[in-house]
Design a protein around this ligand. Structure first.
Ligand SMILES: [Zn+2]
Length: 141
């Protein structure tokens, strides 16, 4: 099993405590560290900053893997489908023209939403205590 859901060794400030699940997800959606909400979660477009510069949280330990693209595709399809159905009902464009217009919009929306979805997924993983297993844990079984 690639993930470990037991004891999360992330050091947190005792004054702040551990934030709630919704707070962690919102912080991730804002592309901020889910632990403190202050540091940047990403150091590139989709590259996770391994350690938060503000609180030192090990953000690289929380997996997003394929779940962020699934969430992104789910959202984009559900956001764009009413427009496609509306366009068909009002205009009935030829299939090739509809594809020519819709595909760039789908692509742009997917690329635009992916970092936010990835941040939200990492925030959710942090809140649930889902961490990547280290190489030592994999070797020991
Ligand atoms: Zn932080």
């Amino acid at each position: 099993m690639p993930f470990d859901t037991v004891a999360d060794p992330t050091p947190l400030s005792p004054r702040l405590g551990r934030p709630g699940t919704g707070t962690c997800i919102i912080r991730g959606l804002q592309r901020r560290c889910p632990a403190c909400g202050m540091g940047n979660l990403f150091c590139g477009f989709l590259t996770v900053q391994p350690v938060c510069a503000v609180c030192g949280n090990d953000n690289g330990a929380y997996p997003s893997d394929d779940f962020a693209p699934y969430v992104t595709i789910f959202l984009v399809l559900h956001l764009m489908t009413p427009f496609l159905i509306g366009a068909d009902a009002l205009w009935t464009p030829p299939f090739w023209l509809e594809g020519l217009i819709a595909l760039p919009i789908f692509t742009a929306a997917t690329i635009a939403l992916l970092p936010y979805a990835k941040g939200g997924v990492i925030g959710f993983a942090y809140a649930m205590g889902v961490r990547r297993r280290s190489a030592d844990q994999d070797r020991l079984g």
